[in-house]
Design a protein around this ligand. Structure first.
Ligand SMILES: Nc1nc2c(c(=O)[nH]1)N[C@H]1C(S)=C(S)[C@@H](COP(=O)(O)O)O[C@H]1N2
Ligand SMILES: [Mo]
Length: 261
């Protein structure tokens, strides 16, 4: 058995993150890579945030009594494309989550396969930059588990999430991944224990307005990071070639890529 297959990817990622946090700015700058990005205050806050919060610190969890009677839905409430309507009409039995990019094991996973994986349930507060918050209960498979199956290569640094809902302003022919909503996380957030591919909300099948069949939960991040209608996950070492180059739909419009709370 090789060293690579014996040591789980999550353990390797956590070890790398821990070493970087302890070593301070120099190590982090080298692991971060692109020069312009490093010079921004936004990026300096990312390693600082990880160092302060601890790479695995948990977001606060609440009790069932705290769950909002109505969880507000925001952004796209239905992707409303022919392709998505066909998937929804069949209860997403033909839907597959594609996982590719800088990994050794490309995956194509059905909803049943995701539901059969280890799951986690958490009651957390969702904070939207527009100034509202809602507490809800989420159940899903930890993204770390799926990444472990996919075996990311050492060169992988970010996880990208491509969604089913078309957006405006992303139809640049140079970047064929547009014009859909998309997001990205670094490997520390992606492998955090509360980062889930959620298929249930408040104990029920995830409704379309909240991102069916799966949506990302990254509980230490603002709402716009939590991609709904996830279709495709891709491991990359640089997201500057996608769409507007800032790592997400809202980031391309000026929101900060680091959205830690
Ligand atoms: N695919 C997709 N994901 C998305 C959005 C969207 O428009 N499309 N909006 C984001 C924003 S700004 C927020 S606050 C949350 C809203 O999630 P909710 O509808 O479950 O409240 O989803 C995020 N994820
Ligand atoms: Mo939001």
């Amino acid at each position: 058995m090789t060293e690579r297959s014996r040591r789980s990817f999550v353990v390797r990622a956590a070890a790398a993150a821990g070493a970087a946090a302890l070593a301070g700015c120099d190590k982090l700058s080298r692991s971060t890579g692109f020069g312009d990005f490093l010079r921004t205050a936004e990026n300096l806050s990312r390693p600082a945030q990880h160092a302060l919060a601890g790479t695995q610190a948990l977001a606060k969890e609440f009790t069932k009594a705290d769950i909002a009677p109505v969880f507000r839905a925001n952004g796209t409430l239905d992707p409303n494309t022919d392709a998505y309507r066909a998937l929804a009409a069949n209860n997403f039995r033909d839907w597959r989550l594609i996982v590719d990019g800088l990994i050794d094991q490309p995956l194509s996973l059905s909803l049943d396969q995701l539901r059969a994986m280890p799951s986690r349930t958490q009651i957390t507060r969702h904070d939207c930059v527009e100034g509202w918050s809602c507490i809800g209960e989420w159940t899903g498979v930890p993204l770390a588990h799926v990444l472990d199956m996919a075996q990311p290569k050492d060169s992988a640094r970010f996880v990208m999430f491509f969604c089913a809902d078309p957006m405006e302003g992303h139809d640049n022919p140079v970047h064929p991944k547009g014009p859909f909503y998309y997001e990205s996380l670094d490997l520390i957030e992606a492998t955090h224990p509360q980062t889930l591919l959620a298929y249930q909300m408040n104990g029920e099948t995830l409704p379309i307005k909240h991102g069916a069949p799966i949506r990302l939960r990254a509980e230490r991040q603002l709402g716009y990071k939590m991609a709904k209608y996830v279709m495709h996950i891709q491991l990359v070492n640089d997201f500057s070639g996608f769409n507007g180059g800032k790592g997400g739909y809202w980031e391309d419009k000026g929101y900060t890529w680091w959205a830690g709370i």
